[in-house]
Design a protein around this ligand. Structure first.
Ligand SMILES: Nc1ncnc2c1ncn2[C@@H]1O[C@H](COP(=O)(O)OP(=O)(O)O)[C@@H](O)[C@H]1O
Ligand SMILES: [Mg+2]
Length: 192
Protein backbone atom coordinates (compact mmCIF):
# COMPACT_ATOMS: atom_id res chain seq x y z
CA UNK A 1 0.00 0.00 0.00
CA UNK A 2 1.30 3.39 -1.00
CA UNK A 3 0.86 6.51 1.10
CA UNK A 4 -0.49 9.33 -1.09
CA UNK A 5 -1.29 11.90 1.51
CA UNK A 6 -0.69 12.68 5.11
CA UNK A 7 -2.54 15.66 6.41
CA UNK A 8 -2.80 17.00 9.91
CA UNK A 9 -5.53 14.53 10.67
CA UNK A 10 -5.37 11.47 8.48
CA UNK A 11 -3.08 9.23 6.49
CA UNK A 12 -4.27 8.42 2.97
CA UNK A 13 -3.26 5.11 1.38
CA UNK A 14 -3.76 3.98 -2.19
CA UNK A 15 -4.50 0.28 -2.56
CA UNK A 16 -5.21 -0.77 -6.15
CA UNK A 17 -7.89 1.68 -7.14
CA UNK A 18 -9.16 2.45 -3.71
CA UNK A 19 -8.23 5.07 -1.19
CA UNK A 20 -8.04 4.27 2.50
CA UNK A 21 -8.34 7.28 4.77
CA UNK A 22 -7.32 6.53 8.30
CA UNK A 23 -7.66 9.14 11.01
CA UNK A 24 -4.64 8.90 13.23
CA UNK A 25 -4.47 9.05 17.01
CA UNK A 26 -3.39 12.36 18.44
CA UNK A 27 -1.54 11.82 21.69
CA UNK A 28 -1.89 15.48 22.71
CA UNK A 29 -5.66 15.05 22.95
CA UNK A 30 -7.36 13.39 25.89
CA UNK A 31 -7.93 9.79 24.80
CA UNK A 32 -11.73 9.86 25.05
CA UNK A 33 -11.97 13.15 23.20
CA UNK A 34 -9.56 11.98 20.51
CA UNK A 35 -11.58 8.81 19.92
CA UNK A 36 -14.90 10.66 19.85
CA UNK A 37 -13.54 13.25 17.42
CA UNK A 38 -12.11 10.69 15.01
CA UNK A 39 -15.28 8.63 15.19
CA UNK A 40 -17.54 11.62 14.53
CA UNK A 41 -15.50 12.83 11.58
CA UNK A 42 -15.30 9.32 10.11
CA UNK A 43 -19.05 8.86 10.44
CA UNK A 44 -19.97 12.24 9.05
CA UNK A 45 -17.60 11.85 6.11
CA UNK A 46 -18.96 8.40 5.19
CA UNK A 47 -22.54 9.55 5.53
CA UNK A 48 -21.97 12.48 3.21
CA UNK A 49 -20.05 10.41 0.65
CA UNK A 50 -23.04 8.10 0.65
CA UNK A 51 -25.67 10.83 0.24
CA UNK A 52 -24.18 13.63 -1.81
CA UNK A 53 -25.30 14.04 -5.41
CA UNK A 54 -22.40 16.07 -6.78
CA UNK A 55 -19.30 14.18 -7.88
CA UNK A 56 -17.39 12.77 -4.90
CA UNK A 57 -15.57 9.49 -4.28
CA UNK A 58 -17.91 6.54 -3.87
CA UNK A 59 -17.99 5.16 -0.34
CA UNK A 60 -16.81 1.54 -0.39
CA UNK A 61 -16.51 0.63 3.26
CA UNK A 62 -16.09 2.09 6.74
CA UNK A 63 -15.46 0.77 10.25
CA UNK A 64 -17.48 3.80 11.55
CA UNK A 65 -14.56 4.52 13.85
CA UNK A 66 -11.45 5.75 12.08
CA UNK A 67 -11.20 4.25 8.60
CA UNK A 68 -12.98 4.92 5.31
CA UNK A 69 -12.42 3.13 2.04
CA UNK A 70 -13.45 5.07 -1.02
CA UNK A 71 -13.00 5.29 -4.74
CA UNK A 72 -9.71 6.80 -5.95
CA UNK A 73 -10.25 9.91 -8.07
CA UNK A 74 -7.52 10.26 -10.64
CA UNK A 75 -6.53 13.73 -11.75
CA UNK A 76 -4.95 17.04 -10.88
CA UNK A 77 -6.11 19.18 -7.99
CA UNK A 78 -7.91 22.41 -8.74
CA UNK A 79 -5.19 24.06 -6.65
CA UNK A 80 -2.74 23.38 -9.49
CA UNK A 81 -5.08 24.42 -12.31
CA UNK A 82 -7.05 27.44 -11.22
CA UNK A 83 -4.36 30.04 -11.85
CA UNK A 84 -4.12 28.96 -15.47
CA UNK A 85 -7.83 28.40 -15.87
CA UNK A 86 -9.90 30.81 -13.74
CA UNK A 87 -13.04 29.81 -15.65
CA UNK A 88 -13.06 26.59 -13.57
CA UNK A 89 -14.49 28.76 -10.80
CA UNK A 90 -17.89 28.67 -12.50
CA UNK A 91 -18.17 24.90 -12.18
CA UNK A 92 -16.97 25.16 -8.57
CA UNK A 93 -19.79 27.64 -7.94
CA UNK A 94 -22.39 25.39 -9.58
CA UNK A 95 -21.35 22.38 -7.54
CA UNK A 96 -21.25 24.25 -4.25
CA UNK A 97 -24.74 25.58 -5.04
CA UNK A 98 -26.02 22.03 -5.61
CA UNK A 99 -24.37 20.87 -2.39
CA UNK A 100 -25.87 23.77 -0.39
CA UNK A 101 -29.28 23.13 -1.98
CA UNK A 102 -29.07 19.61 -0.56
CA UNK A 103 -28.39 21.07 2.87
CA UNK A 104 -24.74 20.06 2.97
CA UNK A 105 -22.10 22.49 4.26
CA UNK A 106 -18.61 21.33 3.26
CA UNK A 107 -16.69 23.03 6.05
CA UNK A 108 -13.26 22.96 4.35
CA UNK A 109 -13.69 24.40 0.88
CA UNK A 110 -10.15 24.78 -0.41
CA UNK A 111 -8.84 24.10 -3.91
CA UNK A 112 -6.82 21.18 -2.45
CA UNK A 113 -10.08 19.42 -1.74
CA UNK A 114 -11.21 19.48 -5.38
CA UNK A 115 -9.95 17.14 -8.12
CA UNK A 116 -10.58 17.47 -11.85
CA UNK A 117 -11.54 14.25 -13.60
CA UNK A 118 -13.71 15.33 -16.54
CA UNK A 119 -15.82 17.07 -13.91
CA UNK A 120 -14.80 18.56 -10.59
CA UNK A 121 -14.93 16.07 -7.70
CA UNK A 122 -15.10 17.23 -4.08
CA UNK A 123 -13.27 15.36 -1.30
CA UNK A 124 -12.52 15.72 2.42
CA UNK A 125 -15.93 15.89 4.11
CA UNK A 126 -14.67 15.35 7.67
CA UNK A 127 -15.75 18.83 8.76
CA UNK A 128 -19.04 18.78 6.87
CA UNK A 129 -22.50 18.95 8.36
CA UNK A 130 -26.15 19.23 7.37
CA UNK A 131 -27.70 22.69 7.60
CA UNK A 132 -30.20 24.85 5.77
CA UNK A 133 -29.06 28.03 7.53
CA UNK A 134 -28.14 31.06 5.43
CA UNK A 135 -25.39 31.82 7.97
CA UNK A 136 -23.72 28.41 7.56
CA UNK A 137 -23.78 28.68 3.76
CA UNK A 138 -22.35 32.21 3.88
CA UNK A 139 -19.53 31.10 6.18
CA UNK A 140 -18.77 28.16 3.84
CA UNK A 141 -18.41 30.62 0.93
CA UNK A 142 -16.41 33.01 3.09
CA UNK A 143 -13.88 30.29 3.92
CA UNK A 144 -13.65 29.37 0.24
CA UNK A 145 -12.97 32.98 -0.76
CA UNK A 146 -10.34 33.29 1.95
CA UNK A 147 -8.69 30.08 0.74
CA UNK A 148 -8.67 31.47 -2.81
CA UNK A 149 -7.09 34.71 -1.70
CA UNK A 150 -4.36 33.01 0.30
CA UNK A 151 -3.44 30.30 -2.23
CA UNK A 152 -4.07 31.98 -5.56
CA UNK A 153 -2.43 35.35 -5.78
CA UNK A 154 -3.64 35.89 -9.32
CA UNK A 155 -7.32 35.42 -8.57
CA UNK A 156 -9.13 38.56 -9.37
CA UNK A 157 -12.63 39.84 -9.97
CA UNK A 158 -12.87 37.54 -13.01
CA UNK A 159 -12.50 34.44 -10.87
CA UNK A 160 -15.08 35.65 -8.36
CA UNK A 161 -17.45 36.65 -11.17
CA UNK A 162 -17.14 33.16 -12.66
CA UNK A 163 -17.75 31.63 -9.23
CA UNK A 164 -20.80 33.83 -8.66
CA UNK A 165 -22.25 32.93 -12.05
CA UNK A 166 -22.19 29.28 -11.04
CA UNK A 167 -23.31 29.85 -7.46
CA UNK A 168 -26.37 31.86 -8.60
CA UNK A 169 -28.27 28.57 -8.71
CA UNK A 170 -28.20 28.35 -4.92
CA UNK A 171 -31.54 28.66 -3.18
CA UNK A 172 -31.69 32.05 -1.39
CA UNK A 173 -28.67 33.20 -3.38
CA UNK A 174 -29.28 36.89 -2.65
CA UNK A 175 -29.69 36.37 1.07
CA UNK A 176 -26.53 34.25 1.22
CA UNK A 177 -24.56 36.95 -0.62
CA UNK A 178 -25.93 39.67 1.69
CA UNK A 179 -24.95 37.58 4.69
CA UNK A 180 -21.52 36.97 3.17
CA UNK A 181 -20.96 40.74 3.24
CA UNK A 182 -21.67 40.90 6.95
CA UNK A 183 -19.53 37.81 7.61
CA UNK A 184 -16.70 39.57 5.79
CA UNK A 185 -17.28 42.75 7.81
CA UNK A 186 -17.06 40.73 11.02
CA UNK A 187 -13.80 39.17 9.79
CA UNK A 188 -12.31 42.57 9.10
CA UNK A 189 -13.44 43.91 12.45
CA UNK A 190 -11.88 40.93 14.26
CA UNK A 191 -8.47 41.54 12.69
CA UNK A 192 -8.20 45.10 14.09
N1 LIG B 1 -10.68 9.73 -3.02
C1 LIG B 1 -9.50 10.28 -3.31
N2 LIG B 1 -9.00 10.20 -4.56
C2 LIG B 1 -7.79 10.75 -4.84
N3 LIG B 1 -7.02 11.38 -3.95
C3 LIG B 1 -7.48 11.49 -2.68
C4 LIG B 1 -8.74 10.95 -2.30
N4 LIG B 1 -8.92 11.19 -0.99
C5 LIG B 1 -7.83 11.87 -0.58
N5 LIG B 1 -6.95 12.06 -1.58
C6 LIG B 1 -5.63 12.72 -1.51
O1 LIG B 1 -5.19 12.78 -0.16
C7 LIG B 1 -5.12 14.15 0.29
C8 LIG B 1 -5.63 14.28 1.72
O2 LIG B 1 -6.96 13.78 1.82
P1 LIG B 1 -8.11 14.62 2.52
O3 LIG B 1 -9.35 13.80 2.50
O4 LIG B 1 -8.18 15.96 1.89
O5 LIG B 1 -7.62 14.70 4.02
P2 LIG B 1 -6.97 15.88 4.90
O6 LIG B 1 -7.96 16.11 5.99
O7 LIG B 1 -5.69 15.31 5.41
O8 LIG B 1 -6.79 17.10 4.04
C9 LIG B 1 -5.95 14.93 -0.73
O9 LIG B 1 -5.54 16.27 -0.83
C10 LIG B 1 -5.71 14.14 -2.00
O10 LIG B 1 -4.46 14.46 -2.55
MG1 LIG C 1 -7.90 17.92 2.45
Amino acid sequence: MKIIGSGAEATIYLDNNKVIKKRIKKSYRIKEIDEALRKNRTRVESKILDKISIKAPKLLKTDRKETIEMEFIEGPKIKDLLDKKPSLAKEIGEKIATMHNEGIIHGDLTTSNMILNKEIFFIDFGLSFFSEKIEDKAVDIHLFKQALESKHYQVDEKTFDAFNQGYKNAHHYKEIMDRLKSVEERGRYKKK
